[in-house]
Design a protein around this ligand. Structure first.
Ligand code: PXL
Length: 285
């Protein structure tokens, strides 16, 4: 059985990070080891959340695992709350990474032009350094802009602008970059007419090739969809799907999850009802 370790927080309410990664990766038929980095009463979009930092547990968990000689098919890091945790992830990648282990870093820290509460520009640069150790990174447009220290453009860019961003991100070290949340307001000759749609443009440094996938845009934004995307992407790669199949499946599953959410009268905005979309995921594996 394939085995992934994912390292991110537990937000007790507000489906995101480990509470989505664990069920989704498990549903994909992959053993899921976890390292919780913090326990929060809710994710940080709620007011008054509690926060218990678990940084000091990470080293002792890794020391034990090293003695047990555990190995993983993939390491997937998500939301990380401090500079120290970024350094610990570099050590973890050194200790448990290698040619048979795919390392995926989701630089989860910002969206819609803004950093999440508690993050700074310095943290974004430090996250870029962690990204340099990864095989694949999964930034959205906001995270990419913060990591490169350039202004965020919500619209009006063209494919060349996106290709430059991807190359700059790949130049920092990671082998593949999946850039999410791209919308072209004009027809792009290579991509075609994707106006009104949203999608991904990806870059594979080894083959020096770009690829993309555009899909329908859901008009409502929900929390935790980036974590759902990263979980499906990681699972699909480990289960042997190719790069483009993996990010396309991840995007499709996010769309299915949002549709499921909107079909539930009692839905809330702080997480999507990915649970009812899991049969879609399994039948598309
Ligand atoms: O979904 C990303 C995420 C993960 N974990 C925590 C968060 C967020 C986004 O805000 O607050 C604690």
């Amino acid at each position: 059985m394939k085995k992934i370790v994912t390292i991110q927080d537990v937000s007790c309410v507000g489906k995101c990070s480990l509470t989505v990664a664990l069920p989704i990766i498990s549903a994909m038929g992959i053993e899921t080891a976890i390292i919780p980095t913090a326990v929060l009463s809710t994710h940080t979009m709620f007011n008054g959340f509690t926060f218990r930092d678990l940084t000091s547990d990470i080293t002792s968990i890794c020391e034990h695992w090293k003695k047990e000689k555990f190995q993983f098919d993939a390491i997937y890091t998500g939301y990380l709350g401090s500079f120290e945790q970024l350094d610990l992830m570099k050590a973890l990648i050194k200790d448990f990474g290698g040619k048979n282990t795919l390392t995926i870093v989701d630089p989860c820290m910002a969206d819609n032009g803004k950093l999440y509460p508690g993050f700074t520009q310095e943290f974004a640069f430090a996250m870029k350094d962690l990204c340099s150790k990864a095989d694949v990174i999964l930034p959205n447009m906001t995270e990419a802009s913060f990591m490169l220290g350039i202004p965020y453009k919500a619209n009006g860019y063209d494919l060349q602008y996106i290709k430059d961003l991807l190359k700059q991100l790949a130049n920092t070290g990671s082998k593949k970059v999946v850039l999410k949340g791209i919308e072209f307001s004009e027809v792009q000759s290579e991509v075609g007419d994707v106006r009104g749609r949203i999608g991904i443009v990806a870059y594979d440094k080894e083959s020096d090739t770009f690829s993309w996938y555009f899909h329908e845009k859901m008009n409502q934004c929900f929390h935790g969809t980036g974590d759902i995307f990263a979980s499906v992407f990681t699972g699909a790669m480990v289960r042997g799907k190719n790069f483009k199949e993996s990010y396309s499946l991840a995007a499709n599953f996010v769309v299915e999850s949002i549709k499921a959410t909107l079909s539930h009268d009692d839905h809330n905005i702080y997480g999507v009802d990915f649970e009812t979309a899991i049969p879609y995921l399994i039948s598309n594996m």
